[in-house]
Design a protein around this ligand. Structure first.
Ligand SMILES: Nc1ncnc2c1ncn2[C@@H]1O[C@H](COP(=O)(O)OP(=O)(O)OP(=O)(O)O)[C@@H](O)[C@H]1O
Ligand SMILES: [Mg+2]
Length: 250
């Protein structure tokens, strides 16, 4: 298992957003976390990526406890994410956004490359080539020089994943990557996520689009009121009475 979540509880005031949740994530799989609005899905991603401290429990990434680490330390270990609301640098180019994402993996750092400090031009060139290869993978190379705020929402969603992948994560967390996209754009995103999995990427996907989730997931974890009410293969969960009642039936 690449990630082990052991009995984690996370409270906001009196509200238990996560309530003694345990689950584990197998490598090289697409594991989807589903459940009604407010179930705790985004909170789970926030807990894994160190945005909020746990009230109790522990999270192990590659057998190492991470719940007391800072977000940037967890990123450095190999966990990257996207956000429910895309968080791009709108006034930077598409290419620059991806180069920013490479920061944790480069020696002299992105800022050094930006300001052309002595001896760092060669590294900057390397970073640029890698960023372009990634943009190509995500079908965004033609938009490399566009301002990130000027490309379509669907392209911004792809760019966010591209930037997260620039950090070479071992675990990628996606929060609603197709929210607001039309059917064609959703299918294209599904194809990209499958293509990522084929490279060996481990992915945790939070998504309400059940057509996408059921089509591409290896495993589902179903949350309701901060607790796990079921987990299993998509076809099993579609027949699970608790899961259908709490979420899928609606
Ligand atoms: N920073 C916060 N402060 C206070 N309460 C919060 C905070 N973040 C989340 N919550 C609450 O925790 C609960 C779980 O929220 P969360 O965002 O994890 O739900 P979700 O499953 O991602 O829902 P959605 O499908 O709508 O995105 C909700 O009741 C929410 O209002
Ligand atoms: Mg959410």
């Amino acid at each position: 298992m690449i990630l082990e979540i052991r009995e984690i509880t996370l409270r906001f005031g009196g509200l238990e957003a996560l309530n003694g949740l345990s689950c584990s994530i197998a490598p090289r799989q697409i594991v989807s976390v589903i459940g009604p609005n407010g179930a705790g899905k985004t909170t789970l991603l926030n807990a894994i990526s160190g945005v909020y401290p746990l009230n109790s429990g522990e999270i192990f990434f590659q057998d190492r406890p991470i719940s007391r680490l800072k977000s940037f330390q967890i990123t450095t270990l190999g966990v990257n994410r996207t956000f429910q609301q895309a968080q791009l640098f709108a006034n930077m180019t598409v290419l620059e956004n991806v180069m920013v994402g490479m920061h944790p993996r480069t020696q002299s750092g992105f800022l050094g490359g930006m300001f052309h400090l002595a001896g760092e031009r060669r590294e900057e060139k390397k970073i640029q080539e890698k960023a372009k290869a990634l943009l190509n993978f995500f079908g965004l190379l033609a938009k490399a020089d566009w301002m990130a705020g000027h490309i379509s929402i669907a392209e911004q969603k792809r760019l966010e994943i591209c930037r997260a992948m620039a950090g070479e994560p071992k675990l990628l967390l996606l929060d609603e990557p197709v929210a607001g996209l039309n059917i064609r754009e959703t299918e294209a995103m599904g194809d990209i996520i499958i293509k990522l999995k084929k490279t060996g990427q481990t992915i945790i996907l939070v998504e309400h689009n059940m057509h996408l989730v059921m089509g591409i997931s290896d495993w589902l974890i179903v949350l309701h009121h901060g607790s796990k009410i079921g987990e299993g293969r998509p076809e099993e969960m579609q027949k699970d009475s608790r899961v259908v009642e709490a979420y899928l039936g609606t």
